[in-house]
Design a protein around this ligand. Sequence first.
Ligand code: ARG
Length: 563
Amino acid sequence: MDYKKIIAERINEIIGMDVEELYKIIEVPPKKDMGDFALPCFQFAKVLRKAPNAIAEDISKKIDKSGFEKVENLGPYLNFFVDKADFVRETVEKVLNEKDNYGLMKVGEGKKVLIEYSSPNIAKPFHVGHLFGTVLGSSLYKIFSMAGYDCVRINHLGDWGTQFGKLISAYKKWCDEEALYKDPIKELLRIYVKFHKEAEKNPALEDEGRMYFKRLEDGEKEEVELWTKFKDLSLREFKKVYDELGVEFDSYTGESFYSDKLDKIEEELANKGLLTESNGAKVVMLEDYNMPPCIIKKADGASIYATRDLAAAEYRKETYNFDKSIYVVGLEQSLHFKQFLKTLELAGHEWAKDCIHVSYGLVRFAEGKLSTRNGDVIFLEDLLKESVQKTREIIEEKNPELKDKEEVSKKVGIGAVIFTYLKNGRERDIIFDWKEMLSFEGETGPYVQYSYARAKSILRKLGEAKESVDYSKLVSDVEFDLVKQLKNFNDVILHAVDRLEPSVITRYAIEVAKAFNKFYNAYNISNTADEKLKNARLALVEATSIVIKNSLKLIGIDVVEEM
Ligand code: ARG
């Protein structure tokens, strides 16, 4: 039962305004004594030529109140109090029937959404910033899919550019083959750094690097083989991380894929009169839009990041005919996205407006002392390992008897990291603070996971609710508040879709856990003497466990049955 819809339809009968418009106006009031839903009447004043207060009063007299406990006007508002028993039954039964599918909607049916995320650079460390984009994009994929959109996950690997010429040159001079196989990215990074140091003393190295990149672009066998090797080794490492996080992709089409599609872009821009020469480089001037030019080709003829993005955008439109194309990339690339999307628009692609840069902030550490292997770069393996390790210590202390400690520490430890990333608005910087993020109290991953495990432990001890639950028993404020939270799940998902914000789901998971713990602390379920009440409470416990599980799943966290 969609109360908002019912209210909108009944109001429509009285004042004639469009049901969908009305639907959007209906609010959930902040205070209980204002009802469960409210209709502000300000908007109608002009059309109806009456004061909002009088309109609210008028409607309250005329409206069909069936299914509601009462409908009251208070100032310019019309407040609706739902029939509690009906509301509770409808909600809890729906959750229990739909289980894992509770929250699944058809809103996005028939609409294609591309989500590009993670996109690390070959031969470079996968760092904590990439991890932010990885969990953010992966979560958006799950949220959009839940709302019924047809989604494609793309990893736009950074696997092309002059740096690969330098890497080939460095490889030939200094690479230690054994070290390369043992820890590929570390060795590739070592020789790449060495190349830059040496090139300061000996600038001829730069030319050599360019020469090798040219050979790679021309498809020379040896260079292509080396590049493929770097790429395979790096991917192997990246995939370890993805497996650990449960992150997947439908396509790994990275920058190199577009290397033969760049001339077409240059030609297209030239034909449309957008290309200008500037110090030997070819650029699209964007001064009318207060931006520096978008460089298409450098003076030495080398292609560039932006050109590959233009080619990728056109390719994706042709291949997938998307309704929306999302780029989950750090805030620091905002200008790049503005420039290339403006260029796309100037080239006459009206669908440029459907390409969206979903940006995120920086990652910092509170104590500034995450132990790392090499001091300056924070490797994400270290971050994950440390989180799992610390969780293990906490569990060892709190619940030494627990089975599967290893597995539980992993899920809770990694979950805590993901939770921290997705807890606040994505453009805010992330500050990792071990004590805070691993605490079992407060707004943390372990707190929400613990709430789930607690619900499951009640069900293990007392059994699930028996058939024919009497929902009219669940009428206390504490119970009703929890049910209202469970009911909100669909609205919350749609809100997250609208704002492209997984944090909306994370905050919701916290709210559900809080409402559940309040309920848990208020009543001793196993000692509830009234059997019918006890049975109804068990149904509520199970429904809550399902909603916590489903919401954590949307942000990429697995629950544990016990912890
Ligand atoms: N590989 C880039 C980096 O690590 C991110 C790629 C972002 N995606 C894009 N279409 N430009 O900074």
